[in-house]
Design a protein around this ligand. Sequence first.
Ligand SMILES: *Cc1c(COP(=O)(O)O)cnc(C)c1O
Length: 404
Amino acid sequence: MTINDRFAPEAGTAPPALGPAELPVWPQYDDGERTALIRALEQGQWWRAGGSEVTSFEREFAAYNGAPYALAVNSGTDALELALRVHGIGPGDEVIVPAFTFISTSLAVQNTGAVPVPADVDPGHQCLTAETARKAATERTRAILPVHMAGHVTDMAALREVADEYGAVVIQDAAHAQGATRDGVLVGADPSIACYSFQNGKLMTAGEGGALTFPDRESYDHAYLLHAVGRPPEDTSYQHVTGGMNARMNEFSGAVLRTQLGRLAGQTVTRGERAALLDELLAPVEGLRTQTRDPRITVNPHYMYLLTLDADRFDRQARDRLVELLKERGVPACVNFPPVYRTAGFWAGATESVTADELGARCPEAELIGGRGLWLHHRILLAEPETVRRVAAVVAAAVDEAGR
Ligand SMILES: *Cc1c(COP(=O)(O)O)cnc(C)c1O
């Protein structure tokens, strides 16, 4: 009998799969979104210049994240690019990014013409650290772009020290971290620009969308111009005072996001409780580790629930098999992000003159969690405790089976 068998007391009996209706759906909506959409529709003007939804959302979102200013945009990827452009980053510059992240973190850097320099992540919390960032820093480093992985806020003070040594700035990829805090400080209250995503799977969503929060008026004003083809807010005479892109959010998205924001605090509490339960239930499963929890992370909104298989016992095929088994048994799961430099897209933009294997040698942890890691969808963390127990039983049995 292995430890994992304690979830399946009758030897050889697999725990029952979850039915399609047993887990909460994502995204969620109710009459709040319905009313909001009609409200935007009936304004008669559907872009931000003609309505009040996007502007109201920005005010509410800034307050929720502890920031003085917020700008809503049409994606998290564009939010990151805008933040980089506000700092004047472009060709010839280097930006340190975590090797383990969704591709947008490095892609946004490349979209400015700058070079993303992947650095390794911590094996426990799976974010950048001051040590890994320092190793990747050069005299061309203009920014460090940490990701608050799955809602775990990076140690910003430590990264800022490294950035200061190199005359660089820090920009936060907070796509997973709406309303997250470290030592009680909200991500938007940090003295850096933070970038958020409202894509369909994120913790609040309008299908697509993004936002930035700013510590000061000047960077907000600059980002506003850049996101609106260089036009100031009240412009009616085609003043294009800077270059830029059109990354404006539309009024329907703004209206939906105001309602979604209203649900976030309550859901964050529920997910926190369920994640703690799942951590406890999965702790005895041999060969499996979960993202570590740091007591300095005072609010973790819990985006992905991250799991890593032990490389001594499981190969990449076993990981892939585990994800398939989980999906078959009604547990929404997905393989981890590959290290950014293991994608063709990464090599389509500006890079250092290195090979993927050279970068892999620099980033052993990203290699490991890219090939042995997986994540469970956060909708599991909105289920009743009894359902979370059943998910844990399915995971434990499937880990056992995938390793055979
Ligand atoms: C989702 C995501 C983004 C990009 O967001 P989009 O809104 O899909 O463009 C950026 N960074 C990370 C870490 C993400 O997970």
